[in-house]
Each structure stands twice: as C-alpha cells, then as structure tokens.
Design a binder for this molecule. Structure first.
Ligand code: SAM
Length: 419
C-alpha cells in the first residue's frame, strides 16, 4: 500500500488499530513495510502513531473541552493527530493545521479546521487544565493500572512509571560475541556507547543497520539479561528455552554456552518461530534446534521427550508486558483487570507441563517482563507449592522507576536431586 504522506500513514494505522485491536507495533510495521516514504517521513509517521496512542487520554480530554458532542471515529483520530502535532511536537501551526485538515474527507474538513483553530486560540488554557487532572488523564493510563501500581509501589513510583512509559525508548543492543569481540565492535561502530557495567549491552543513537546485518548485535533491552544471568548456562549443557520466540534470550544463551552443547528452542507461534530461526542464523548460533510446541496442551512432543532430561529450563512466559510498556505502547489500552489472574493460570500451566523434562538437580528459571506480583512472586510461590521438589535459590527484578531499564522478573528454582 502506498501512502501519500506520513500523516496519512499514521492515520491509516490508527484506524486499523481501532478496528483490529491487533498489536500496534505489528500494524505500523506492516504499513511501513509497504510504503515508499523516505526514512524521515517513516520516522515522522511512527512518531505520530505512537505519540497519539501514548497520549490518548490527554488528547481526548482536550477534545471534550473543544467540542461537547461526539463525532465520527475517523474525524476524532484526525483531530488527535492535529492536537498531538500542535501540543507535543511543536509543529508550526500552519503546517499542523493545513496538512491535518487535508486528511479529512470533504464533509469533515470545516469541523476539523474549526476544532484545531479553537485549540490554537485556547493553547494556554488547555495546557494548564491538564495539569489539574488526575494521573490517569495527565499521563494517559487506565485508572485500574494506576490504582494497582499505587497500591504496590506507592504514588511517586507510579507517577515515575507512567512518565517512563510515555517516553520513547532508547535504542539498546547486545553485542554478539559469537561473531565479534567487544573491542573490535567498538572500533567498527563508534556510535555504540557501553551501557551499565559488565554486560555486553550498548546504546545507539542511530539505527545500527550494518551491525545488525552482520549479526554483530541484536536489539534488546538490558533487562532481558536478568533471566539469562540466573539461568547461568554452561558450555556443553543441554538446555530448553520453552517460550523462545523471537529468540533474544535463546541467542544470548547460545553465546553464554560458547556455541557448545544443545539448545532446544520452542514456541507455539509458527510465525514468531520462523523469526527466531532467522535471528539465530543471523547471529551465528550453531546449537539451536527449534520446535513448535503449545505447552498448554500438556503433551510433550516425542522429539523433545527423546532429548530430555535437560540441565536447565528457561520459561520466559507470556505475560501482561507491564514492564515494557514504553515499547509496547498500546498494551495499556488492551489490558483488563481480569487478565492478571488468567495469565497466572497460563503461566503455571506451562511451568507444570514442562517440569518433568528437568533432570534432578537441574535449574528452572521462570521469567516475565511484567511488574505484577500475580505473574511474578505469586507464580513462583504457587509453583513451589504444587511441585515441592523445587527449591527457589535466587530471585531478581528490575523496575523502570528504580533501575532505569525495562521491568523484568526472574526466579531460579532447583529440582531436588532425588527423582
Ligand atoms: C515473552 S515472549 C518470549 C520472548 C523470548 N524469550 C525472547 O527473549 O525473545 C513469550 C512467548 O511465549 C509464547 N507462548 C505463549 N503461550 C505459549 C504456550 N502455551 N506454549 C508455547 N509458547 C507459548 C509466545 O508465542 C511468545 O513468543
């Protein structure tokens, strides 16, 4: 599909998101893959699309003050795009107004024009009115999330978390030492700045197309290292990565194993598994075998049973993603209060169906990118209750408001040596 402008593309993506409630990143990636826009226009389209999704409540608050009756969904999104350009991006009024009004069908242009002009006139009043609103409006998050975070983390941390979720994430990558030594990496890619201490993570200011093309690094947040660190994979071992796609942790585990041993990577989603295959090949891993498995069926495929028992299992479970909401911008609009309990059920189901594959004395790491106790500590606790042969030996978490990286949780459990 060709889009005549970045604004057009952002609008089409917003409309698709409303209809399908598909993941926002999947939708915009598809649009970008099909467009002939320049790199700068693509970046602008992304900024508009994610910017509107991040700030939906504020934009709707302004719309409610500018117009007291409802209007059609398409015109609503066009006005949101206009307000976002005017109030968040500081785009000159004539450009923001004219180009945005043009997006509307003829029947809606005068209405869009009138609302945006009125917003320009009331700029100061609108901005200060938001400052008096509750956090859910000021930072555009659903009230039920704010309430649970305030209860779990306190109000200061919750405010900091919401602000974090609304800032575009930096570009972090992990150096792939299977293909390149650290010193050489920094010589070849001077744009890369080391991140934190010890780990192989770097921050880029521009997209590292060459480094990725060579398999010299993989785009990944430093928080993802926590689970791999607790797993502590050793060269020559047999390891199962149960929910592995698209392969960020699999490829890091292969690197920590120095490409020696056997690494079985499973996932239930065939498309994501195909991406994993591409990623691990690009990164030069030689020990990964992939299998499509849905662990919730509680049936262990014969090929995997034949490879058991494993020295270590990683279960990087499907979760609410509340730790990575600055990257998964629309998660906040899709989550429902009942999701945490149903995710906990799924997580325990996956863990229990896999447990038999672990050798006595072996290590199981359970990890999520959630901040919610229901999906983290409570799952680890319930697991120990259901499987008393498991003993928890370590637990680590990261919180954006405390650690300045994405949120993550990992617990390491050891299976008792008796069978
Ligand atoms: C958090 S993501 C894994 C991310 C991956 N470990 C990485 O580092 O790139 C969770 C994965 O679990 C998979 N999944 C969800 N339910 C599953 C199930 N019942 N059986 C197997 N895989 C499942 C999803 O398709 C998704 O790819």
């Amino acid at each position: 599909m060709r889009q005549s402008s970045a604004r057009n593309l952002a609008l089409a993506a917003l409309q698709r998101w409303r209809k399908q409630k598909n993941r926002a990143d999947a939708i915009i990636s598809k649009f970008l893959a099909e467009t002939t826009l320049s790199a700068a226009d693509r970046a602008f389209a992304l900024e508009l699309f994610y910017g509107v999704l991040r700030n939906l409540s504020v934009l709707d608050f302004w719309i409610a003050r500018l117009r007291n009756s409802r209007f059609e969904v398409l015109l609503g999104d066009i006005v949101r795009l206009g307000l976002y350009q005017l109030f968040f991006l500081g785009i000159p009024e004539h450009a923001a107004l004219n180009e945005t009004v043009e997006l509307a069908p003829k029947r809606g242009r005068s209405l869009v024009n009138a609302i945006l002009r009125s917003a320009v006139r009331q700029r100061n009043e609108l901005s200060s009115a938001v400052a008096d609103q509750p956090l859910s409006v000021r930072q555009s998050h659903p009230q039920f999330l704010i309430a649970r975070w305030e209860k779990n983390f306190g109000s200061q941390a919750t405010e900091a978390l919401c602000q974090w979720n609304n800032r575009p994430p930096p570009l972090y990558a992990r150096i792939n030492e299977l293909k390149i030594e650290r010193e050489k990496f920094f010589r070849l890619y001077p744009d890369a700045q080391p991140f934190g201490g010890g780990e192989n993570f770097v921050e880029f200011t521009t997209f590292p197309t060459d480094a990725l093309g060579q398999g010299h690094c993989y785009i990944q947040d430093p928080s993802t290292a926590i689970a791999c660190r607790l797993l502590d994979p050793q060269p020559g071992e047999k390891i199962l990565d149960a929910c592995a796609a698209p392969g960020g942790k699999t490829s890091y585990i292969a690197e920590l194993m120095e490409n020696r041993g056997a690494l079985v990577a499973c996932d239930r989603d065939p498309e994501r598994l195909a991406t994993l295959d591409q990623n691990v090949a690009q990164l030069g891993t030689a020990i990964v075998r992939t299998f499509q498995v849905d662990w919730s069926r509680r049936i262990i495929p014969k090929q995997i049973a034949a490879l058991a028992p494993f020295d270590r299992l990683l279960v990087d479970a499907p979760c609410s993603n509340t730790g990575v909401m600055r990257r998964r911008v629309d998660v906040r609009w899709r989550l429902r209060p009942a999701d945490f309990a149903s995710l906990q059920k799924q997580q325990l189901e996956i863990l229990c169906s896999l447990y038999g594959l672990l050798r006595p004395g072996g290590v199981l790491v359970y990890s999520t990118c959630s901040l919610e106790p229901e999906e983290n500590e409570q799952v680890a606790q319930q697991l120990r209750h259901e499987l008393p042969a498991l003993r928890e030996t370590a637990r680590e978490s990261s919180f954006p408001f405390r650690d300045r990286i994405d949120g993550a949780f990992a617990a390491r459990l050891i299976r008792a040596s008796w069978p």
